[in-house]
Structures are given as structure tokens and as C-alpha cells.
Write a protein that binds this ligand. Structure first.
Ligand code: UD1
Length: 430
């Protein structure tokens, strides 16, 4: 298993190009199952998660072709026919987003058998809302031996669905299924994340009739067939926010390009409150931090446009060095503070009680071996390592590879010392 070695202390200076959004790309890839024509996705991130989903789609009948086009990395997905409507446990277990093929499969073929994803390290993560939405659209859902069997032999039928609370995954899943249902669907209390608007935009190019995506009420007029399309994946707001936090923590000045500052307004406002300089541009944002300690500020994670749960761990890394006490409230997931004890190994002073962490800023962190527990937690350890004295080794970086493209290269280009060590005790690669 690879590890990442960081020697802390370097200021970050330069430019970091932001990749396409992982959380958009994987839902757009699932959308390709809805048509027998090719879907060409540009600005595609090259990640373990997208590669993995590509493999699952191939098993279902897709041809998946990756290329380096003039607009950067692209992937064309073409499923003339669904050859299997089964997503087995071994694949869904490894990546939750595989579960999203359920809706498109049942919408296109009238049936599907998809493994339940099970829990994960950040919490129970149930899928009851996804299944209720599909049932409301007329699918018969049975659960046997860990699998969801969905059937709608005469096709899905539009419905009014009011979500009891906001769920990104269930909103996307209902959208993916409703576009091919007969009649009108209205989704109320829908999630408003930019990735949902991106999915709706791509589906609209494919011939779907959708209005209101990006607001809490989405209306869909079902169509009988969708066509192929070309669509550029939106920039990754979590990658953008992560590098903004890396610069704020390590110090320096970095321009993040090819991205949207308005996607991370909640974070940028907090950074300014803490004393970081933020300059917004048409194609991104520049983060500047020179000298002095930052002020401790409080955050609470919320659905978009609130503070993203996927940036909570990285923000905690920043607060470990702030002046004063920061209170961090996690409201989306019940078990998302596993990075706190790992940050404490670097010298951070954090106490966790339920969904609340209190971070009392310290003057300095000191490098140590630490362990990555999930995707966003692992990058928070990299951020802390950039600011710590001496060497930090982050173990189990496969978590990181799921969601951050060329992390060592992007940080390295700005002067950071971040190296990948192959294997458990092996030699350096780059
Ligand atoms: C969530 C985050 C998303 C983040 C992703 C990965 C929110 C609102 N969602 O999306 O920003 O990118 O994790 O970290 O911030 N739930 C149920 N039943 C369901 C579905 C969800 O009880 O059927 C619960 C979840 O356990 C969670 C909450 O609803 O407490 C929100 O979950 P949801 O938005 O669906 O999760 P993801 O789509 O994974």
C-alpha cells in the first residue's frame, strides 16, 4: 500500500489547475446508461473512482473509451444494449456510487438487481430515500440477501416526491430515473448542490425535460427516449476548497484556475473571517496568507449552499494552528471526526463530543506517521503535514487516490515537498 511523505514548512507559491468534479463525473457516467447513443464527457477527472465505475459500466454493456482531447481528458461511454442489469456486491461494496446505476437500469430495461452498499467509515449511510423515490415512480422493490430487486416491466410513471430531509444521492437517483418515466415528476425538498444542476444540464442535452435543478423543487416531464450528447464536467468544488485550505494552512499565495469561486462561497467567507486574503476571479480564486496566526472561527456543515461536509476535515486541519478555540459541528454524518485523533498525533488539541469538535489552536504541529481513514480525512492530514515541522507520513493513501488527481504533482509545482512512497516500506516513486 502506498504512502505519502510530506516535509512541512514550505510556503506554497504558484498556480493549481482544478480538475473536473468527481461527484459530478460519477453521476454523469451512470446517466450514460439511459441512452443507446454515445455520451461524451469532457473535463473528466482521472481517479480511482471514475476508473472503477467505468469497469462496472463495461460489465453492464458499455464501451468506455478514454482520450486526451483538445479540451483535456475525456471519456466516451456508449451502451447500445444493456447486457446485464446486475451490479454485484463486490463492486458496489468497493464504491458506493455504483449503487446509482439502479435507477438508470430500471428506467431503461424495466428491471435491475443491485447490491445494497452497506455502511462505510463515515456513518451508516442508508439508501431508504433512494428506494422510496423509485417506488413512488412505480418500481416494485424487493430486498433479498443484500440485494435490491427493482421491477417496472411497463416502465416508470411520474410522481410527486417530497423528501423528508435533503439527500444529494436520493435527489440525483430520482432525477436519473424520472427522466424516462411517463408523465410529470415533481421533486420537493430536493438537494441544491451544483452537481445536481450539472447532471440536469447534461440530461437536458440528452433530450430530457427538466426545470428547477439547483433549487429545492425540480420538475421533470418524462420522455420516451434519450439521445447522445457532449458535456463538460463542472470543476471540482471540493478539490478547489481543499487547495484553498492547504494554502491558508501552509502560507503563501496560489491561484486556483479553471474553477468557480461561487461554488465554495461558504468556505471563502470563513477563510476571510479567519484572516486569509481571498481574491475572486472569473476563472477561479487566489488565496493569500502571509505571516501571523489566523483567528479561530466556528463552522457547521450543511447541505449546499452551506459549508460542505466534504471540507470539514480540511478546515479542522487549518483550525489546529489558529489563535483561540474553534467549534466545528458536523450535521450531515454521525461519524465524521476520525481525522481528529490522527491530527492529535501531530500535536493538535481537539476534543470531540457527539457531532461537535472543539479545536484549541496550538503554536505549531510536529510531523508524525498518521493513518488515512477516508477520502477527505486523508487530505486533511496532508494539509496538516504541509504546516508541521519535520516529516509526516500518511499511510493508506488509496483513500486519497479515489478523489484527488495528481495531488503530489499539483502541490509539488507550488513548492511543497510531497512524495509518494511505493508499498509499505518501499522506495520512492516521485
Ligand atoms: C453526502 C453529502 C455530499 C457529499 C457526500 C460524500 C450533503 C447533504 N451530502 O452526499 O455533500 O459529497 O456525502 O461525502 O452534504 N440519508 C438517509 N437515507 C437515504 C439517503 C441519505 O438517511 O436514503 C442520510 C445520510 O445518512 C446523511 C444525509 O441523509 O445523513 C445526507 O445524505 P446524502 O446527501 O444522501 O449523502 P450523499 O449523497 O452521500
Amino acid at each position: 500500500m502506498d504512502r505519502i511523505a510530506i516535509t512541512g514548512g514550505a510556503r506554497l507559491e504558484g498556480e493549481i489547475p482544478i480538475s473536473g468534479a468527481k461527484n459530478s463525473a460519477i453521476k454523469l457516467m451512470a446517466a450514460s446508461l439511459l441512452t443507446d447513443e454515445p455520451l461524451r464527457l469532457t473535463n473528466m477527472p482521472r481517479l480511482a473512482d471514475t476508473r472503477f465505475l467505468g469497469k462496472l459500466l463495461q460489465r453492464l454493456g458499455a464501451e468506455v473509451v478514454e482520450a486526451d482531447g483538445v479540451l483535456g481528458p475525456e471519456t466516451t461511454l456508449h451502451t447500445p444494449e444493456i447486457v446485464s442489469a446486475i451490479a454485484p456486491y463486490d463492486l458496489v461494496r468497493q464504491m458506493r456510487a455504483s449503487f446509482n446505476v439502479l435507477g438508470p437500469l430500471v428506467a431503461r430495461t424495466g428491471q435491475a438487481k443491485v447490491s445494497l452498499p452497506g455502511g462505510c467509515t463515515i456513518g451508516a449511510r442508508p439508501v431508504d430515500l433512494h428506494l422510496k423515490a423509485l417506488e413512488a415512480l412505480g418500481a416494485r422493490i424487493d430486498l433479498h440477501e443484500g440485494y435490491v430487486y427493482a421491477q417496472a416491466p411497463r416502465g416508470l410513471v411520474g410522481a410527486e416526491i417530497e423528501f423528508p430531509f435533503i439527500s444529494v444521492g436520493a435527489t440525483e437517483h430520482a432525477l436519473l430515473a424520472a427522466v424516462l418515466a411517463s408523465g410529470q415528476t415533481i421533486l420537493r425538498n430536493a438537494a441544491r448542490e451544483p452537481e445536481i444542476a450539472d447532471l440536469a444540464e447534461c440530461l437536458t442535452k440528452m433530450g430530457a425535460r427538466i426545470s428547477g435543478a439547483g433549487t429545492s423543487e425540480i420538475r421533470i416531464e418524462g420522455v420516451s427516449k434519450l439521445n447522445g450528447a457532449t458535456h463538460a464536467v463542472i470543476p471540482d468544488r471540493i478539490e478547489t476548497g481543499t487547495y484553498a485550505l492547504a494554502v491558508a494552512t501552509a502560507g503563501g499565495q496560489v491561484r486556483l484556475t479553471g474553477t468557480r469561486h461561487d461554488f465554495i462561497s461558504a468556505l471563502l467567507d470563513k477563510l476571510e473571517e479567519a484572516g486569509v486574503e481571498v481574491t475572486r476571479h472569473d476563472d477561479g480564486v487566489t488565496i493569500t496568507r502571509n505571516g501571523g496566526r489566523l483567528k479561530a472561527v466556528e463552522i457547521e456543515t450543511d447541505p449546499y449552499p452551506g459549508f460542505a461536509t466534504d471540507l470539514q476535515a480540511q478546515f479542522m486541519a487549518l483550525m489546529t494552528l489558529a489563535d483561540g478555540e474553534s467549534v466545528i459541528r458536523e450535521t450531515i454524518f454521525e461519524n465524521r471526526f476520525m481525522h481528529a485523533p490522527e491530527l492529535a498525533r501531530l500535536g493538535a488539541d481537539i476534543s470531540v463530543q457527539g457531532g461537535e469538535a472543539r479545536v484549541r489552536g496550538v503554536e505549531a504541529l510536529e510531523g508524525a506517521p498518521v493513518m488515512a481513514t477516508d477520502l477527505r480525512a486523508s487530505v486533511s492530514l496532508v494539509i496538516a503535514g504541509l504546516a508541521a515541522r519535520g516529516d509526516t507520513i500518511v499511510n493508506r493513501v488509496y483513500h486519497l487516490d479515489r478523489g484527488f488527481e495528481r495531488l503530489e504533482e499539483k502541490l509539488g509545482a507550488c513548492g511543497a515537498s510531497v512524495r509518494r512512497l511505493k508499498g509499505d516500506g518501499g522506495e520512492e516513486e516521485s
